[in-house]
Design a protein around this ligand. Sequence first.
Ligand code: ATP
Length: 289
Amino acid sequence: MAAPRNDLLEVRRATLAYGSRVIWQELDLAVRRGEFLAVLGANGSGKTSLLRVVLGLQPLSSGTVLVDGARPRRGSNAVGYVAQQRASDSPMPQRAKDLVGQGLDGHRWGIGLPGRDRERRIRAALDEVGALSYADWPIGALSGGEQQRVRIAQALVADPRLLLCDEPLSWLDVTSQQTISSLVDRWRREHDSAVLFVTHDINPVLPYVDRVLYMAGDGQHRLGTVDEVLTGDTLSALHGAPVDVVRLRDRIVIVGLPEAAHPHGAHPDPAHPDPAHPEPARPEKVHSA
Ligand SMILES: Nc1ncnc2c1ncn2[C@@H]1O[C@H](COP(=O)(O)OP(=O)(O)OP(=O)(O)O)[C@@H](O)[C@H]1O
């Protein structure tokens, strides 16, 4: 039997443009088994587009991408996906276990899977993220953090090797951010799998991150460890403006990002509070990466 591939994602000289607008270019990225890669950057810098490329939903303009050695394709078992939630997303009426079951539909696993095997897989995925006790609850009745556990279970139920998370911490309070970050970390360690974790704030995942891909817009990006990428020199060069990076105890605070680089869209909109949590869901005020 062939040895498992070490690089679960291989992106070579990749450029993505929409029409004449280049989003990112000459991107080289190899994500190895067991790696936790944080993807940071300004609104509109192309983070979600990168995930869409890996999901086989968006072709590159040039370059190549391989997911576990194969070209990306929709519905691949190799990739699990936690999509970004929008402020306008209304609470879903279906039960937690039904949402998780959707993660099997469209996958090889879902086709012809006997009912009891399907149920067993769904319960195992819910158990993996500590959400089994609310398997029968309507999603809309769960807290933001509980809902996010269920969405992660949906992404994991088909047993992917690569997990893509698009802003999974938005709308969550600090405690839930820590819980979600640590369960994703535990999953990649226990399964020797890899994670691409798009986030506007590095701090909740700082203990887990192996490398950072920082996208600055205008085709610019930088890849490296936290200490290599999140420095005043690097971010100033990427943004063409003075940026300071300050370490405060175990946090990183970034000061001076150009207005366009602020990830304002990822912050809670006071006009649209989390429907499951009328309280402000995310008290963080300091912009951090
Ligand atoms: N299918 C498309 N056609 C044309 N432009 C697109 C398309 N998809 C995305 N864009 C544009 O490309 C840019 C990058 O979008 P993308 O959603 O990848 O950015 P992002 O970094 O994830 O942003 P955010 O942090 O706001 O979620 C944006 O300006 C977006 O409007």
